[in-house]
Structures are given as structure tokens and as C-alpha cells.
Design a protein around this ligand. Structure first.
Ligand code: ARG
Length: 459
């Protein structure tokens, strides 16, 4: 048990208490960020004349050697230390002696952990953003290839109107584009440096907080030292944005699971992304999509957990805040894993265009267009709606589609119908006539695709 704060104590910490209090098993995840922050801190201390330049150099090379040794596995992070901050400092003192004891001058673990957490989350925001962008590229590719792939669009999971696969995929493009917007906002809001806030009230050393902020690529220092050590808003925002990403992935997964069923057969998931059954030889299961859908729960759990942890905390730092790590780290790893796998799955998935198109043709997805045809001939929409309802009833009875009805049958229900009804309700017309902004018609979709391409190039 190696502790930084033994001086005031006359007894050893109880072993159970030590273990309960320790965070090294999980905060070792940000050893790199901890060292990065410490290097910036000592550079600033030397610049301000708080430590010697020679001490600064010793500390920096000591920290760099620790970073190197942890990275290549020669230095193991063990539970002998309370947390990653203690581990790094103790190792530094072991390596360079007295100069190492000056590292923590003008700093508290409260502003240190606030900084580490921010650096870590900031890195993760960028990484997650990159993964969402990869997913967007995969979606965009499917869109480009399927401008004319007809499929049924659903409401209430009932066939509604014909759309294209490009249009359906375009809906997910929008969702994940918004997700990137949320990540961007988080980055902008969080990118202020808490280092130099001390335990809660700043310090009496002449710290240059603007300088450390700049060294660490922050826009500037945070403006209130108590808030700096007590703020985890950015983490809550990230967990919220990740929950939304997972909600989107989960909806998408649900659709793929449905589309992959024997009943739909719209898609075939690649063998590399499917699994079999131990008992039923015929099975090829969409486990990856199911797991993505399932793992959404644990990401939501991390959000609920941190919100609950923070809600009763008086200012400033409280040890409760150490609970900000385990579930968040797990949630971040979960989201990154899901994004990467999901992108791989949809990039290799086969779309059965013939099945989709055949499905769009039955189920009366062109009924609205039949009504619009009548409106075009001067029938008020409400009457047209009723007339087409009768057509549908007739077709259900005859077990045929609207396209298969004879003109006599049409005219028996309404004399307004003419030969041009067949053209008016063809799949091609139904889809391609829908050219308003955001609609599935290829003409409209081409604009969207060009816009998306531009977006992917610039952002
Ligand atoms: N392991 C602690 C955490 O994660 C570090 C900060 C400790 N500060 C303190 N005053 N005990 O929050």
C-alpha cells in the first residue's frame, strides 16, 4: 500500500478500506493523459520560477520513461498504488529522486483528476467522432448505389408508400450526422483547462494557467476553481450523446434483424458477421445486430448512474466522483466497439433488391398515388380516398394488386379512371415523382447525396 498522504496518520489503513477506496484498477486507463498533464504542469512551474529548469528536465525525462515503460509493458501498473496519480508520482521519485517530489507543487489530485478525465474524454470524443464518420461513409456508399432500388416504406411496421433504399439509408445518415454535431458541441464546450484550480481554491503559487491550457491544446483555462474540480457535465453530455448514438444503432439493428428474417429476406448479413446455432444446423443468426441492440442498455445505465451520482453533491470535490470512471469507460469502449462492428456489418451486407422491389409492389403501397390520380382528375381528396378504399377491398377479395386490376373493374368503381391509371400508379412513377426536398425521388436524392459528399469532405 503506497499512499501519498501518510504523514497525518498514525495507523495503517485497513486493507478492506484501502481496496474500497482505490481506483487504480480502472483509472490506469488514463496513465498517458496523467503524464501529459504532469509534463505541462512542470513546464509551467519552471517557466514561473517555481522549480529549476534542471528539475523540470529531470522530471520530464522521468515521466517520459515511465510512459514508455508502461506502453511497452516493462512497467506494470499494480494495485500496490491507490490510483494512477500516486503510481506515476511514486515511480517518478523512485527514478529521479528528490526532483520528483516537486512535481505536485501547486497541484491537487482534484484538479489533476479533473484534467486527466477531460483529456481522456476529449481524446475519446475525437475517436468516437471518427468512427461515426466511417459509419456515415458506409451509409453514403449504400445510398449512392441504390438511388433506384425500390422498397416499401413503413409506418406502424405496415407497408405504407414506396421509397428507395437510398432514401431509407438517408434517414440514418441524418441521425448520425446529428450525432457528430452533438460530439462537436461537447468538444467546444468542454475544451477549457481545469489544471491550476488546486484542491478547490486555486493556489498561492504564481501559476500561469493560460500557459498550461495552451500547452495542452485547450482554448483557455476554466474560470472558477470550485467548478473546475466539481464539474463532470462534459462526461454527462458525452454519455447522453453516446446514448443517442446507441439508440440510433439499435433502431438500425432492429431493422436489419427484421430485414434478415426468412419472412422479409431484404438483406443477407455476411457470414463473417453472422453466427450459427449449436443445435439447429440451418440457422444463421444476426447476433452482431442483436448485441448492438442489447448493449444499448449498458450505455444508458452509465448515463443514469453518473446523473444519479452527481445530483446530491455539494461543492466542490467529493469522493463520490471517483464513480465517474468505471461505467463511463465501459460505455465508451462499448460504443466504439459497436460503431466499428456495425460499419463492418453494413458494408458487407447484401441487399436483395429484387425481393425489396417485389415487396414494394404488393401491399398497396401505391394506394395514395391512386387517390392523387383521382385528385388530378378533379375528384376532391376525401372522395378519392374513399374510392381507393373500395379498390383495395376489391383487390383483397380478388387477391390481386392495384396494378393487376382491369380497367373495367376500375371504371365500375369510378368512371373517372382511364388507361393512364396504370402509369400513374407504377412503382417508377410513385417514387420518381416525389421530388420535393427530402423526398425519395432520385432527383431529390441526388441533391442530398451531393450535399453529403461535400459534408464528408469538409467535416
Ligand atoms: N481517484 C480519485 C478520483 O478518481 C482522485 C482524486 C482524489 N482526490 C481526493 N481528494 N481524494 O476522483
Amino acid at each position: 500500500m503506497a499512499q501519498l498522504w501518510g504523514g497525518r496518520f498514525t495507523k495503517e489503513t485497513d486493507k478492506l478500506v484501502y481496496n474500497f477506496n482505490a481506483s487504480i484498477s480502472f483509472d490506469q486507463k488514463f496513465y498517458e493523459q496523467d503524464i501529459r498533464g504532469s509534463i505541462a504542469h512542470v513546464k509551467m512551474l519552471a517557466k514561473q520560477g517555481v522549480i529549476q529548469e534542471s528539475e523540470r528536465d529531470q522530471i520530464i525525462s522521468g515521466l517520459e520513461s515511465i510512459r514508455e515503460d508502461v506502453k511497452n509493458g516493462t512497467l506494470e501498473i499494480t494495485s500496490e498504488y491507490e490510483d494512477i496519480h500516486s503510481f506515476v508520482e511514486a515511480n517518478l521519485i523512485d527514478r529521479i529522486g528528490d526532483a520528483g517530489k516537486k512535481l505536485h507543487t501547486g497541484r491537487s489530485r482534484n484538479d489533476q483528476v479533473a484534467l486527466d478525465m477531460k483529456l481522456y474524454i476529449r481524446d475519446e470524443v475525437k475517436e468516437i467522432d471518427g468512427l461515426v464518420k466511417e459509419l456515415l461513409k458506409a451509409i453514403e456508399k449504400i445510398m449512392e448505389e441504390n438511388l433506384h432500388t425500390y422498397m416499401p416504406g413503413f409506418t406502424h411496421l405496415q407497408k405504407a408508400q414506396p421509397i428507395t433504399l437510398a432514401h431509407h439509408m438517408g434517414a440514418y445518415f441524418e441521425m448520425f450526422r446529428r450525432d457528430r454535431g452533438r460530439l462537436y458541441d461537447i468538444y467546444e464546450r468542454m475544451n477549457y483547462c481545469p489544471l491550476g484550480s488546486g484542491a478547490l481554491a486555486g493556489t498561492t503559487y504564481p501559476l500561469d494557467r493560460v500557459y498550461t491550457a495552451k500547452l495542452l491544446d485547450f482554448y483557455g483555462p476554466t474560470m472558477n476553481s470550485m467548478d473546475s474540480v466539481a464539474d463532470r457535465d462534459y462526461l454527462i453530455e458525452l454519455l447522453s450523446a453516446m446514448s443517442t448514438i446507441m439508440m440510433h444503432l439499435s433502431r438500425f439493428s432492429e431493422e436489419i434483424i427484421i430485414w434478415n428474417t426468412n419472412e422479409y429476406r431484404f438483406v443477407e448479413i455476411d457470414d463473417a458477421y453472422s453466427t450459427g446455432s449449436s443445435i439447429m444446423p440451418q440457422k444463421k443468426n444476426p447476433d452482431i445486430a442483436e448485441l448492438v441492440r442489447g448493449k444499448t442498455g449498458r450505455v444508458y445505465a452509465a448515463l443514469t448512474s453518473i446523473l444519479t451520482t452527481m445530483k446530491g453533491l455539494p461543492l466542490a470535490y467529493n469522493k463520490d466522483m471517483q464513480e465517474d470512471k468505471e461505467l463511463s469507460f465501459d460505455a465508451i469502449d462499448t460504443v466504439k466497439g459497436c460503431l466499428a462492428l456495425f460499419t463492418g456489418m453494413i458494408s458487407t451486407m447484401k441487399f436483395r433488391k429484387d425481393v425489396m422491389e417485389a415487396s414494394a409492389k404488393n401491399g398497396f403501397t401505391n394506394a395514395t398515388d391512386a387517390a392523387d390520380y383521382l385528385v388530378g382528375k378533379g375528384v376532391p381528396f376525401r372522395d378519392a380516398h374513399g374510392i381507393v378504399g373500395q379498390l383495395v377491398l376489391y383487390c383483397i377479395d380478388q387477391n390481386i394488386s392495384l396494378d393487376e386490376m382491369s380497367l373495367e373493374a376500375y371504371q365500375k368503381i369510378s368512371p373517372v379512371f382511364d388507361q393512364d391509371i396504370y402509369e400513374a400508379i407504377s412503382m417508377k412513377t410513385c417514387v420518381e415523382k416525389r421530388t420535393t426536398i427530402g423526398a425519395p425521388g432520385p432527383e431529390a436524392m441526388e441533391h442530398v447525396i451531393a450535399f453529403n459528399q461535400e459534408y464528408l469532405k469538409n467535416k
